[in-house]
Structures are given as C-alpha cells and as structure tokens.
Design a protein around this ligand. Sequence first.
Ligand code: ADP
Length: 544
Amino acid sequence: MLEGQMMDRPLQIIDILKHAAKAFPTIEVVSRTVEGPIHRYGYRDAYKRTAQLAHALKALGIEEGDRVGTIAWNTFRHFELYYGVSGIGAVCHTLNPRLFADQLEYIVNHADDRVIFIDSNLLPVVEKMADKFPGVKAYIVMSDRENMPETSLPNALCYEELLAGQPETFDWPLLDEKTASAMCYTSGTTGNPKGSLYSHRSTVLHALGLLAPGVMPFGLGTCVLPVVPMFHVQAWGQPYAAPIAGTKLVLPGPKLDGESIYELLENEGVTLTLGVPTIWMGLLTHLRETGKRFTTLSHLVSGGAAIPLSMIKAYEEEYGLNVVQGWGMTETSPVCCAGANGPEMEGLEGDARHEQKLRQRQFFGVELRLIDEDGNELPHDGETQGELQCRGPWIINGYYRNEEASAAAMTGDGWFRTGDVATISDGALLQITDRTKDLIKSGGEWISSIDLENEAMSHPDVAEAAAIAMPHPKWQERPMLIIVAHPGKNPGAEAIREHLKSRIASWWMPDDIAFVEELPHTATGKVSKLQLRERFKDHVLSTA
Ligand code: ADP
C-alpha cells in the first residue's frame, strides 16, 4: 500500500464544541429550563462550562470507559454532559425517563452506570428504585442549590455546586476515534432492551452527514429546535451538527405541548425543527385552534414513525413549510435517509408532490439493500417490498454485551438487519411500509399496515389509526383497523370503509374497524402494536 501523507488526527466529539467556541462564540444555545425561565449563552461559554464539568467528573472518580447515566430533558446542562462526558473518554448513557421501572432497572445495571445525572423534576423516576442500582455511586441533580428539591436519593449532589470554582479550561485527552462516546438502549418491544454503543468517529461522521446540502438548513443565520429528546438517540445528532455549522440551538426542556413549542419557535426565530409525528399532531391542533402562523420556520423534520400524508399536506399547504421525512433507528445513530427534495420532485404538483415526500433519500455513507425471506436481494423498483438491511460507519456492528442479539441482528456479510420492511425507488429513495413483526400477511400476500393507517388518517375525522393482523381461518391473517377519532367526531365504521374504498386495493379492506379513546404508546411515543395486539387478543373477526 502507498500510504497517504495526511495527518492522523482522530475525529473527536469535543473538537466540535472547541471549534464552535472559537468560530461561533456568541451563537446561542437557548434552553427552557426545568424551573421555567429561559437560559441562554454562547458556544464559548458552553465550552468553558463543559471544561468545568470535565473537572467535576474527574473529581467524582469517572475514568475513561466509565458509563455516566443521564435522565434529563433537552437543556444546556444535558448539552454540557454530551460534550464533557465524551470529552474525557467516558460514555454518556442517556436514559429515557418514560421507561417502565423494570426496563430502567435492567438498563442501568446492564450498562453498569457509575453515576446518574438527573433533572430535578425527574427525581421520582429513580427515588423509588435507588436500592435496585447498587453500582450507582452518586446522583447529580441538574440544578443549582436554590432549586434543589428534597430527595430520598442516597448521595445526591448538586450540579452547579460541582462546577463552581472549577477551571474554565481542560486538557482534553487525545482519544482514539474508535473510543466509545455514548450509548442508548432501544425500548425493545420483545425481550430485554439492547444497547447501541456509539463512538467518537461514528458520531462526528453522522453529524457531518446531517449537514448534506439541500436536506435541512444549517449554517450561520439558521436556528434549530430539536423537540426529539436528547435521551432518545442523541436528539438525532442535532446537538453535534448545530455547533459544527454555527447554527443556533434551542432546547425546549420538559414542555413539549403545542403551545410551548410554538412559543419557542416564534420567540427564538427557529428555522428548522425536528420531532416525531405525535408532537407535530399536537402542534397542528394548537395552530388550528388559535389561528397562529409561523414567521421564521421553514423546515419541519418528522421521523421515528411514518408521518401521515394528511400531516405533510397540512403543514405544506396551510403553513407553507418544507416537510422533510427522515428514517433511522437507535442502532443507526439514527439518521440514514432524509428528504425527497431532488429531481424526483420535478414536475410534481399537489398530492403527487406530498406523496413523493413519504420517501426519503439515503445519505452518503449509508448503503441500503432489500432482502426477501430466502435471503435474495430484491430490485429497487419502488414496488418490491423486502426486509431493509443497511451498512455504514454510523451503524452498529453488534449490541453492547449481548452476543445473542448481535448474532440475530447482523448478517454473515456484515449488514445490519433493521426489521423494517420497505421499498426503494429511483435507486436511493426509501419508503418504509412495515415492521417485520407487524406485517399482515393475507393469503400469502403482504398488506402494508403503514399504508392502511395513512389512508385511514386522511379521513378528516380520524386523529390516529393503527392496523394489526388478526387470525383468520381462510386467509391466515386479515387486517383490523383501530381508530381514535378527533374530539367530538364520531365517523363510524361505514364512513371509514367508504373513504378507504377508492384508496386501497379491495383485498386490503380491514375486516373489522374498532374505535377507541386512545392508542397505547411506547416510551418513545410510538403506537405500541404489541400492547394493541394484547388488548385485542380475544377479538374474533366478524369474517372469521
Ligand atoms: P424504538 O425502537 O426504541 O422505538 P427507534 O427510534 O430505534 O426506537 O425506532 C426505529 C424504528 O422506528 C425503525 O426501525 C422504524 O420501524 C421506525 N421508523 C423510524 N423512522 C421512520 C419513518 N420515517 N417511517 C416509518 N417508520 C420509521
């Protein structure tokens, strides 16, 4: 090999903030604090406080490779932890406060967290189970002394007291870029949660990937508000991408309702915002109820679950936004694909345009393939559905300390099995149609539950819809649709059938349609099909 003559400088997370402190010292990180008031500082001050935090972590005895848990909202202190913990070579392990107690117990102990940083209003999440975490040496409440609540937690320390008086510079270690930097467990719809362990290299490359031109606006003069939580897959990489680009970062704290989000979007001049469809539904309801409009927002990114076509339409037509759909998983850092804004949009108007936006273009660095049940590769013709597999530098090569799950997830030739079912068109436009475990297989043919739900949600009275497979004596499985109507609406099964008739193949028509007050959701805000199947397990289809 003729080796290139280029410096072997590792990709390091702390270098992102170091750069922003120099290049964009006064560009702000704005947070709605847990206590309520807005906190703001520039990247330069954020970097200084991160150095203070690094000293505090050292004083707590945190060593390279140690796992540091966080149970926290999107705020500046969580941002400091993202950089300070990784910066000293430790692992920032974000924990979802909405997890069930047994999942949290498993995750904290499996990751072997040394200490846990926790927001003051989330203390009840761990207070009742502290005796289940024998390895956790201290709990650091992310607050100042004045706002520290009473707590029964053993060895509870105050974040601001730990930072006070620490030096504002830190001699950051030069880390191998493959060093673990952060971790996140998937909520796990079956079995125990599984950990994805990110590295400095994967995180920096993922952040650079997000900055691909034409997908999301980044750079000086732009402002991003990630509603997606920092406890869920690193807030989709925004806390890393924004400082690289000199983008202002707005962190919404614990208030994620439509009114609170709208207020921040307007007051802070946000241009880009990211979150799951449930959040966008809340915001849309608020906009419609109040007649409010956006004055600065241009791009709305939706991911984590399929966005209904009706929602794309509403935001684009009524509010003039550019809706960008992204696809990813905890295991993929997460973003692998986002946006359909290229030549595929040319000449498309109205509904055809919105429908094209259900697809998303793969990023440089990510490779995708579709595989059938016998392991054969399928064509990318926009029609053939198969299991989606991917590979790339920000995709896991196995789960943290879990050989069984790793073996099941990885193929012999080094691809990651996503468990999603998809089509790919025009070479690189992905559309997720299902999860392998949620598939409805009627007489040997797949029915896309996502398509079915989407069409149901295009009915004006339908707020949310979920399709599940029910056993059937003739067809093995048939679809059942479960619907939540908008408040005060009562469409009835016949109206839904009539609506679906012209929109889906006749053999996709749900055998039964049920109406419920609400659908069960997972800790990450997605419809839990597992719980839904459980709830309807004794239901016998009227056609059976
Ligand atoms: P969890 O599994 O903990 O709920 P993840 O964020 O890892 O959280 O979930 C990833 C899954 O979310 C994907 O495998 C896919 O099923 C779903 N998903 C993510 N983005 C999309 C999208 N744009 N369209 C449809 N499904 C999506």
